[in-house]
Ligand binder design. Structure first.
Ligand SMILES: Nc1nc2c(ncn2[C@@H]2O[C@H](COP(=O)(O)OP(=O)(O)OP(=O)(O)O)[C@@H](O)[C@H]2O)c(=O)[nH]1
Length: 354
């Protein structure tokens, strides 16, 4: 299975992480700063990190590798913080404590990058609690502090981690706002492309579809459909019923076109259908099927409704308004001819007859 970009990033982090651990191990060994538990700790960390790398890379179990790494780091660094704290109290060396505390944010960074935001927040708060507890212990009467730098170091770390966690929350917040804006933009885009009354394509979507159609050198046709005598329906039954009629007509027409045809409401009681990959004869049949589907409707309280249809074509070099006025000419002829009929624009009618 191919690895996603996120998986690849995780694998790179693991390789870099192993290299960093080995480097620290070497540097501390050379400087004689290695604590008694470090040899085991660093060794196990390299094995776990590389193990997670192979689990993700070779076995494609990246999600499992992320969880193992997260829990291992949490257990290891918290245990290390406690051990180095005890060591700092007993042997007055604060280096292991300082180096452990500065690496602890890696836990919530791993959770933030590779697990859920919830895991990142919970682990950040958990680590903060551990830090506060260590600091609080130094203020209890049971602990004798011979090295005052321990208290200052812990206070410093509590403040620094507070700032890191605050920044992480800020990034989470920014990310959420960004996501919400993206979702809203997508919803608005979708809404702009759908006609609110009928659920068909909107005028904007139709305009774009016609522009796109003119860009490709492919035979395509345009139907302009107009509901006949719609004004009297509105005048007699009111606008609400008029809207219902438009919805019923839209549903009937939608059901009689193919899924690949684009049908939308151009405005008022006027609809457009853009038809690709069909012959003129097929388009003629399709237009008549649309007309007949509306004619068959028997709308309660209103009765029968009909539509007139003008058929035009997209000719290379035309503009959208030329294509529209071409089909509109045929629609006008259909209205003049008595309505409830399909008329091909003159050029097409000649082809059909020839
Ligand atoms: N209910 C409703 N009516 C609309 C809407 N948009 C336009 N109309 C009405 O549609 C009617 C269109 O009427 P006309 O253009 O005069 O045409 P017609 O009565 O259909 O007659 P012909 O087209 O010549 O057959 C007008 O009364 C508009 O007010 C709408 O969204 N809802």
């Amino acid at each position: 299975m191919p690895h996603s970009d996120q998986d690849k990033l995780f694998q790179r982090v693991l390789l870099i992480g192993s290299l960093v651990v080995v480097t620290i191990w070497f540097v501390e060994q050379t400087a004689n700063l290695l604590a008694y538990y470090d040899t085991v700790g660093y060794g196990v960390t390299v094995v776990v990190t590389l193990g997670c790398y192979f689990l993700s890379r070779l076995a494609s179990r990246t999600e499992l590798a992320k969880v193992i790494l997260f829990y291992y780091l949490t257990l290891y660094l918290v245990a290390l913080a406690i051990l180095s704290f005890v060591e700092a109290l007993n042997w007055h060396s604060i280096y292991p404590l300082a180096s452990t505390l500065q690496w602890m944010p890696i836990i919530y960074i791993v959770a933030f990058l590779f697990l859920t935001q919830k895991a990142a927040i919970v682990s950040a708060l958990f680590i903060y609690l551990v830090l506060i507890m260590l600091m609080a212990i130094t203020y209890t009467p049971w602990v004798v502090i011979t090295e005052p730098q321990i208290r200052v170091l812990l206070l410093n770390m509590v403040l620094a981690h507070g700032v890191y966690i605050f920044c992480m929350f800020a990034v989470v917040r920014i990310r959420q706002t960004h996501l919400a804006t993206e979702v809203r933009a997508r919803q608005m885009e979708k809404a702009a492309n759908v006609d609110g009354l009928t659920g068909l394509a909107s005028r904007r979507a139709l305009q774009k579809a016609m522009e796109d159609t003119l860009l490709v050198d492919d035979e395509a046709f345009l139907l302009i459909i107009d509901v006949d005598h719609f004004k009297p329906i509105n005048d007699t039954h009111g606008h609400v019923i008029g809207d219902e009629v438009l919805q019923r007509v839209a549903q009937a027409m939608k059901a009689s076109v193919r899924p690949e045809d684009i049908i939308g409401r151009w405005g008022g009681e006027e609809f457009l259908v853009i038809i690709h990959q069909s012959t003129l004869a097929q388009v003629h049949v399709m237009a008549d099927r649309i007309r007949a589907s509306v004619e068959r409707l028997d709308i309660e309280g209103v009765g029968c409704v009909t539509v007139s249809i003008g058929v035009g074509s997209f000719r290379l070099g035309d503009t959208v308004s030329q294509v529209l006025s071409n089909a509109d000419e045929a629609l006008y002829a259909a209205k003049q001819g008595g309505r409830n009929q399909v008329v091909l624009v003159k050029g097409l009618a000649d082809v059909a007859q020839g």
